[in-house]
Write a protein that binds this ligand. Structure first.
Ligand SMILES: [Cu+2]
Length: 403
């Protein structure tokens, strides 16, 4: 495994050096021959031009030699390409989401980060997409560069190697702050990585429960933001009135702990009205401890944290802070400092309006930024309609701390 890696980098380098070397030699040969011909065949020395009619040996040489050279270039290029495309089966998976103008890295346990932390000596596979325009994920140190395309999954991989930091750049022009779309690969020891991956988790508002929903695949069918996927959203489910069908009869029940337990362990006994009996039973598969954590999470058992802390994290992870400062300075958009309840002059349907940045206005500015354009700014903010109400609430709480 290790070999294939060192190979991926060294194979790219070999292809580059080979093509560069061949080009260099040819440049010199052509220049030398041109100069030689200039003297040797000048009209002074050759007043009578000769009429040369074909030379089979020369023709064979200038056909065969370039074929060999180009064939060798192709061979080195092809083996390098293969090494770059074939991620080892035991790779560690991280999801990458690109947006104007930041990178988001999502780990298997649900943790997100704007820097790519990885453990040492591990092959890392990145599954990538973009939410707005085409970006390109570029880490020169690992010789990888791959476009991220909205609506499409692309991937790349690299071997992390020794503890170190490497630059990540966007290599596809993507708007005014393209050149600031920077991040880092941070390679740390396995212990430090585990600590980082799990330790910080406690500080996040949605600890284990959320990771378990992802682990058991619940999140494929259930959202936590109110939207309906295959099953009903689990947002605010605890103690809500639910109409179920049990033994063919309709009845309304409260989604208390006992109900949740049954709904997860043995879903077919009671089907939520309007849905199909599609949920698999988790009785055999899920230990009690996990069930309790999930139910605890569905009950909204969040850890206490400093006001605004979660919002600050969201603003970083979603890339808001690439365009909005928190210190009063202007980047691309107005500063978040003092935003809440400040007077705003904005363009609305082409007309100038005066309003106050209250909660309603901020929600609409995030979900639908094109509706009110703050005077003096471009319409360059992308809509964030995928942010949950809870996330937006957390952001607003955070703005409240920036007075
Ligand atoms: Cu970009």
């Amino acid at each position: 495994m290790e070999n294939s890696v060192i190979d991926a980098v060294s194979k790219v380098d070999t292809a580059f050096q080979f093509i560069f070397g061949v080009s260099f030699v040819i440049l010199f040969l052509i220049t030398a021959v041109t100069i030689y011909f200039l003297f040797r065949y000048s009209s002074k020395r050759n007043p009578e031009p000769a009429d040369i009619d074909g030379n089979l040996t020369a023709e064979i040489i200038w056909t065969v030699v370039p074929i060999i050279i180009v064939g060798a270039m192709f061979w080195y290029g092809w083996t390098g390409f293969k090494a770059l495309r074939e991620a080892p089966a035991d790779s560690y998976n991280v999801k990458v989401t690109a947006r104007m103008w930041s990178w988001k890295f999502e780990y298997p346990n649900g943790k997100t980060s704007d820097k790519l932390y990885v453990p040492v000596e591990t092959p890392v596979k990145l599954d990538m997409t973009s939410v707005d325009v085409i970006h390109s994920f570029y880490v020169p140190a690992f010789r990888i560069k791959m476009d991220t395309v909205p609506g499409m999954q692309t991937y790349t991989w690299f071997m992390s190697g020794e503890p170190a930091e490497y630059d990540i750049q966007c290599a596809e022009y993507c708007g005014v702050r393209h050149s600031y779309m920077l991040s880092k690969v941070i390679v740390v020891t396995k212990d430090e990585f585990d600590k980082w991956l799990n330790g910080d988790q406690q500080a996040q508002a949605e600890p284990e429960g959320k990771a378990l929903l992802a682990k058991y695949g619940c999140a494929d069918c259930h959202s936590m933001d109110g939207s309906v996927l295959v099953g009903p959203s689990l947002k605010d489910i605890y103690n809500r009135d639910t109409v179920i069908i049990e033994n063919g009869a309709e009845k309304t029940v409260k989604a208390d702990e006992a109900y949740l337990k049954e709904a997860i362990y043995d879903p077919s006994t009671q089907i939520v009205k309007g849905y199909d009996d599609m949920m698999p039973p988790f009785k055999d598969e899920m230990p009690k401890a996990d069930l309790e954590k999930i139910i605890g999470y569905l009950k909204g058992g969040e850890k206490a944290e400093k006001p605004g802390e979660r919002g600050a994290k969201i603003a970083d992870n979603e890339g808001c802070t690439g365009c909005h400062s928190t210190d009063g300075s202007i980047i691309v958009g107005p500063s978040f400092k003092g935003l809440l309840d400040r007077p705003v002059t904005a363009l609305h349907n082409g007309k100038k309006v005066e309003l106050t940045a209250n909660i309603q206005y901020i929600i609409s500015s995030i979900k639908n930024p094109g509706e009110y354009i703050v005077e003096g700014y471009d319409e360059s903010m992308p809509p964030y309609d995928s942010l949950s109400d809870k996330d937006i609430q957390a952001l607003i709480e955070y703005f409240g701390t920036l007075r």
